[in-house]
Design a binder for this molecule. Structure first.
Ligand code: SF4
Length: 75
């Protein structure tokens, strides 16, 4: 099984993308092309929008290919 997982961080959060689960619904890049642009490499630019806006868009992903976790490692 191809369980490739890509991670993209802006320091605050890390967005996790599982290409094998992506349904190519285009929802992420029609919703927030400043961050999710399949024509660019890497295709996710974590500097393209605020953390809150990125989280909002990640939650719209219908396939579960996009997820995120907080980088807050308060020790
Ligand atoms: S919204 Fe999710 S399923 Fe749709 S293209 Fe983006 S990552 Fe893939």
């Amino acid at each position: 099984m191809d369980e490739l997982v890509k991670q993209y961080s802006n320091g605050e959060i890390t967005v996790v993308w599982k290409p094998g689960m992506c349904a190519h619904s285009k929802k992420c890049w029609t919703g927030l092309v400043e961050v999710f642009d399949p024509k660019k490499k890497p295709w996710i630019d974590m500097q393209g929008a605020s953390t809150a806006r990125i989280i909002e868009q990640v939650r719209e992903c219908p396939s579960g290919a996009l997820d995120f976790f907080s980088n807050d490692k308060s020790e």
